[in-house]
Design a protein around this ligand. Structure first.
Ligand code: ADP
Ligand code: MG
Length: 730
């Protein structure tokens, strides 16, 4: 029996919903595996505790002796939980997380055995990291890299089965200081943003001394039975199905979205949620998504650096826990053709140390103007750097969403709703260069009075917009479900930092000329609105009309990753990232190279697998059925049956033969094309070729032939689980 039928049979015998222990109250387990400040208080001396807090709040350096004390405290805590090993935990550019486990156990020179974790081991670890992508950075300098403790993210204990490992969040850098991970640049961008945002805040409130970006991500994913998953080599190797005909029923009934969560999936959710709670990940919502088998979870928002760690950690936990339930989680952006893909909406805002959300309309004239300032600066930032933002979410996987008739489009536009559009228009029309101080009352117009009441109702959700204002935050919807949020967040923070820096210069220039502060602010806001308003779009982002309109407005619409990535190394981007000290030019070039290589590898693997599956999974049953039909026709003919008696068999045979020939021929051509492309030296040229000369030309055509065969041949002979089985059986 084929893996497919084995899997289906197993499914009918599966018990509903594994037993998952209820934690009682979530608060009883929340953060129990995290070295929180509260835990630190109990395990550290006053001195060591102060040093840790200082380094968290203001990035102060921790000296060696303090580090020893902190390390000892962390080990003492971890040992109460049965931990024997520790690991530096980091987020390399492969897109997954990485760990290297060492035990506390050590032997002294006199042979004495003891458990030890000293400050050096906490702060820094050398890492033979030659297997991680570096875009040539390490080759030119040093072959080694090291991981360095990031005190801003708390240590945690990862439980895998009975094993427990103390994980120290770290950044990953080369010996000459270049970032080799997602986290180091993110932390730099948070610092840059803090500085320029505080400067601007101080126009309104001198008490604000720290501004931190916040992130609440919404993680979409598919769940599929493990046996079915294992019978699909494409899911195993690529995370998506490269073959498979749509099932008669897809998502057209839309009953999944409103339906209840199936027992097995529900048990899985509660299980991974409990693991997440122990790790301090504040998950808050769970629900079905639009497509069958698709779900979403979202936490309460946190500061960006912690939220990014938590998302990476959760993706890992979701994958592990799924296996306990005989399930697999698919985090790929487009596991099933013709079915909704998965994204990871990034809700982003800015919070001050005085407890103000800078993107929430205020209640008083002063805070309203502060809101308007940050709101308009965010719009200007996205307008000015749309290509850079677009590049930050490009990947081979996400190309199936962006620019491929799915939410959201590759054109970066902003949705703010009718009411705020009107407010901005008012500012545009009523503020003028010639305005003098006596007109100030005019400035206090509607902006000051009516934003709060009207806002919540009026920021209607436009689901097709890639960047939407949703009441008190912007929602960046173009991020892919499998992506590390750090990259888009680094870009968003940096472009905001840069724009605010410029804003302050512009306002100060007017003040120096003699304008009153509020007037200078309003004039600058007005100018920024005019300069960026072409990015506003309220209509249907999927429509062809919008593509045409966007082109007229001069908004970029780059649909494929190899080209979208150009913006990472454009003159504008180099200036932006160098001046804000996020990346050096060399780091940018390296990252560009890495992203291109990732793209090439992904498409290359899919192409190879396509050839292999065609030969081993599609053609054999097709040829067998072709034979059966031919035999049948021959027999009927010999028995003296007139041709009209086997006309339908003949028709089917003809069709099957056509598809078989077509499929074999296309696969042959694709392999030849790949050989030519693989010889190309320049990475960018090669990536473009993989997209335009391989993927675009062959993938859909090959798939079409294979999927037709799936419909024509005897179901019992087909090896690969079908869409209806993967999406509807559980
Ligand atoms: P939706 O209808 O899109 O699910 P929600 O109101 O449930 O909208 O919020 C979605 C996400 O936005 C949640 O993850 C939430 O934590 C996050 N969020 C709310 N406020 C903020 C904020 N100030 N900064 C960042 N994220 C936020
Ligand atoms: Mg949302």
């Amino acid at each position: 029996m084929s893996l497919r039928f084995n899997a289906i049979e197993k499914l009918s015998n599966i018990e509903e919903g594994k037993q998952v222990d209820s934690p009682g109250k979530i608060t009883s387990i929340f953060g129990s595996n995290v070295f929180t400040l509260k835990t630190a208080r109990a395990f550290l001396s006053d001195e060591a505790y102060k040093s840790l807090v200082g380094s968290i709040n203001s990035s102060q350096k921790i000296d060696r002796s303090m580090a020893n004390q902190i390390a000892n405290g962390i080990r003492a805590w971890a040992e109460t939980k049965g931990v024997t090993h520790f690991s530096h935990w980091f987020q390399p550019l492969t897109g997954t997380t990485a760990e290297k486990h060492d035990s506390f156990f050590t032997l002294k020179s006199d042979g004495a055995a003891l458990e030890q974790f000293d400050g050096d081991a906490l702060i820094q670890q050398e890492s033979d990291a030659s297997s991680f992508p570096s875009g040539g950075l390490r080759a030119t300098f040093e072959a080694r890299g090291y991981t360095a403790w990031d005190p801003s993210s708390p240590a945690f204990i990862m439980e895998i089965g009975d094993g427990k490992t103390l994980c120290i969040p770290t950044i990953f850098i080369s010996y000459t200081g270049e970032s080799l991970d997602y986290k180091a640049p993110l932390l730099k961008s948070i610092e840059a943003l803090n500085k320029s945002a505080v400067d601007v805040c101080n126009y309104f409130d001198k008490n604000i001394s720290r501004v931190a970006p916040t992130l609440g991500w919404e993680q979409e994913y598919f769940i599929i039975d493990e046996s079915l998953f294992n019978a699909r080599p494409d899911l195993v190797m690529c995370g998506r199905t490269i073959f498979g005909h749509n099932s008669a029923r897809n998502q057209q009934l839309e009953d999944h979205y409103f339906g209840s969560i199936p027992d097995r999936v529900y048990a899985y959710m509660r299980d991974f949620e409990n693991e997440a709670y122990k790790l301090g990940i504040p998950l808050h919502t769970r629900h079905n998504e639009v497509a069958p088998g698709q779900y979403e979870c979202a936490p309460i928002f946190e500061e960006v650096s912690v939220a990014v760690d938590h998302n990476s950690l959760l993706m890992d936990v979701m994958d592990r826990v799924a296996r306990r339930h005989g399930l697999r989680v698919l985090l790929h952006e487009k596991p099933f053709a013709g079915i909704n893909g998965s994204g990871k909406h990034n809700n982003w805002s800015l919070a001050t140390d005085t407890g103000v959300n800078l993107l929430a309309p205020g209640k008083t004239p002063k805070t309203n103007l502060m809101f308007l300032t940050f709101f308009v600066n965010a719009i200007k930032a996205v307008h000015d750097y749309a290509e850079v933002l677009r590049a930050s979410v490009s990947s081979a996987q996400n190309d199936h969403r962006l620019g491929a008739n799915e939410a959201p489009p590759a054109i970066i536009s902003i949705f703010i709703g009718d009411y705020l559009r009107k407010v901005l228009n008012d500012v545009k029309e009523r503020v003028s260069d010639k305005m003098d101080e006596t007109d100030e009352s005019l400035l206090k117009m509607d902006i000051h009075k009516s934003i709060p009441e009207l806002l919540m109702d009026n920021t209607d959700r436009n689901r097709t917009s890639p960047f939407a204002f949703t009441g008190n935050k912007f929602e960046f919807r173009a991020v892919g479900s499998s992506a590390n949020c750090a990259n888009p967040m680094t870009v968003l923070n940096t472009i905001m930092a840069e724009t605010l820096k410029q804003f302050k210069k512009d306002v100060d220039a007017l003040i120096e000329k003699g304008d009153k502060k509020e007037l200078a602010l309003m004039q600058t806001i007005r100018r920024y609105i005019i300069e960026s308003e072409k990015i506003f779009f309220e209509g249907d982002g999927y429509s062809e009309a919008w593509e045409k309109e966007a082109e007229k407005r001069g908004l970029p619409n780059i649909k494929t990753t190899p080209l979208a990535l150009d913006a990472m190394v454009s003159k504008k981007a180099v200036k932006l990232f160098e001046e804000n000290k996020i990346y050096t030019h060399a780091e940018m070039e390296a990252r560009h190279e890495i992203e291109l290589e990732k793209y090439i590898k992904k498409v290359q693997i899919e192409s190879r697998l396509m050839g292999e599956l065609a030969a081993s999974h599609i053609l054999p049953p097709a040829v067998r059925y072709q034979n059966t039909l031919a035999q049948n026709i021959k027999g009927l003919k010999e028995a003296g049956i007139p041709e009209s008696g086997y006309a339908s068999q003949q028709k089917a045979l003809l069709k099957i033969s056509e598809h078989i020939n077509n499929l074999s021929e296309l696969v042959g051509k694709m392999i030849e094309a790949r050989k030519v492309i693989n010889k190309m030296e320049d990475t960018r040229t090669k990536a473009i070729a993989y997209q335009s000369q391989l993927k675009d030309i062959y993938f859909d055509a090959i798939r079409r032939a294979a999927d037709k065969l799936e419909l024509l041949i005897d179901d019992k002979d087909w090896y690969l689980p079908k869409y209806r089985e993967m999406l509807f059986l559980r």
